[in-house]
Design a binder for this molecule. Structure first.
Ligand code: UDP
Length: 271
């Protein structure tokens, strides 16, 4: 199920990745990632595709080989879930902390406002997108908004991508939901000369005030998924996948599953 982590060279530093179910997680803390990767990439106008993945996301890559390829094509995959951090710890290759996508987005917005980088907001409903942008401008005075568009369009229609390219953004946040957003980035990133691209899931809904983030105590108790489930009971099917991930990473159960020949994970490159 696990392979040894590979090495990634970034900004003159070497980082070991931690591989969980064929996905190479970047071994970093939030601060280090921002300071040593994102901020220099913005300053150098480098291109950078960031994926933030939680256990449900990893199970999704296992079940959708095309999606797995998209994720494996990203420059950095961050561990956006305690489940990933716990799994890495059980492997004896600990990751320093959970690096939550929404927090990375907030930190990048702050940095962008202070340093004159422009941001494109792509995704969520029209109302949520509009309010998210308005709130970002309030929270981060001076923020340059390169543009915005809701996430309900046909991805095959290149008009939206044309619009984003023409706005020449430094940062593109894409909130189209898991799979759709990563695919949009992978399909379009080559058309840009520069930019940090990140799929942000439901983060615009939180920024707009449409959805609430779990209170800190729920996060500390590792129950953020339960809080989201209470807010959106229709997520139950998705939450079951988190349990599947937990089962697959509980040592006793993992050994039993192996003993009985159950492992859906294929060797890298063979999916
Ligand atoms: N969304 C979108 N276009 C679509 C489907 C979804 O813009 O075709 C938006 C949706 O409005 C929401 C976000 O994508 O703001 C998905 O949020 P979710 O919490 O489901 O993110 P995930 O957990 O899938 O990353």
């Amino acid at each position: 199920m696990f392979t040894e982590g590979s090495e990634v060279n970034a900004m003159g530093r070497t980082y070991k990745t931690v591989t969980v179910m064929d996905i190479d997680f970047f071994n970093t803390s939030m601060n280090s990632f921002l300071r040593h990767i994102v901020y220099p990439d913005l300053a150098n106008e480098s291109k950078n595709f960031i994926v933030t993945a939680n256990p449900e996301f990893v199970i999704e890559t296992r079940d959708h080989p095309e999606f797995k390829k998209v994720v494996q094509s990203a420059d950095y995959v961050l561990a956006d879930g305690v489940g990933i951090v716990n799994a890495a710890m059980l492997m004896g290759r600990p990751l320093p902390e959970r690096v939550s996508g929404i927090d990375v987005m907030y930190r990048m917005l702050d940095h962008a406002a202070k340093n004159g980088y422009s941001v494109f907001f792509l995704g969520a409903s029209e109302d949520s997108n509009k309010k998210a942008v308005a709130n970002a401008e309030k929270l981060y005075p001076g923020l340059k908004v390169a543009g915005r568009h809701d996430g309900y369009f046909d991805p095959a229609d290149t008009e939206i991508a044309d619009m984003v390219v023409e706005s020449d953004p430094d940062i593109v946040f894409v909130a189209l939901g898991m799979q759709r957003q990563e695919k949009w980035i992978a399909d379009n990133i080559d058309r840009f000369d520069k930019g940090v691209f990140m799929g942000v899931g439901g983060s615009f809904d939180v920024l707009s005030g449409k959805a609430q983030r779990a209170p800190k105590i729920w996060i500390r108790l590792q129950l953020e998924w339960l809080y989201r489930l209470i807010q959106e009971p229709k997520r139950i099917k998705r939450v079951m996948r988190v349990f599947e991930f937990m089962l697959l990473h509980t040592p006793v159960i993992k050994h039993l599953l192996r003993m009985f020949g159950y492992s859906k994970t294929r060797p890298r490159g063979k999916s």
